[in-house]
Design a protein around this ligand. Sequence first.
Ligand SMILES: [Zn+2]
Length: 237
Amino acid sequence: MKQKETLLTTSLSEQKIELSHLIIEEMGDEHKASSVDTPMRADAFDKTDEEKIAIIEPHFRAIMETLGMDLNDDSLRGTPLRVAKMYVKELFQGLNPANMPSMTLFENKFQYNEMLVEKNINFYTNCEHHFVPFFGKAHVAYISSGKVIGLSKLNRLVEYYSKRPQVQERLTMQIGKALQTVLQTQDVAVFLDAKHLCVASRGVKDDSSNTITSFYGGKFQEENTKAEFLKYLDINA
Ligand SMILES: [Zn+2]
């Protein structure tokens, strides 16, 4: 009798594990983000980039070998190291706050206090649920509170937050909140229009859809300011 009880408990808890795994997997496929901050471990930067590359290389080799690929082939031999370097030094270098671009502000000498829009900033990032790219255009705007920023810094900031495993909602909010902090104003808008390869090349295989996300702070929450911003983007939303 006792044994049966134990069996029942085990199978119940196994079911539970399976269920929560399923929920987590589904959550990933729906691309739901859990928080504005990228979820990071406390020891995220204890290792150097070189140490991380040395660890990732054999792991990626194991993935390829498990898939049945012959790593003795000249074309494949260098791939594990190439991928490890690309992850650490390029695609995901924005995980490290040390790589945040410096954001120098200038006094707004011209007293320009209208809206400034920087549109069509190309960005490339990777979906944190599938590790395949999503990419598109970012449009950002702000109304100066007395300080201005070099225009290229807006591109750099978008790029910095793109160089992380991402979800589009979080990327949008991270850019928006960082701009609010840097520019010392709430009056910031961010608009992202992106194509997700995890939707286009797999899953539902819809390659015609785009995903739009936006962030409106301060005055941009007012209908006329928001409408002016969208008018510059040539978008009726
Ligand atoms: Zn995805």
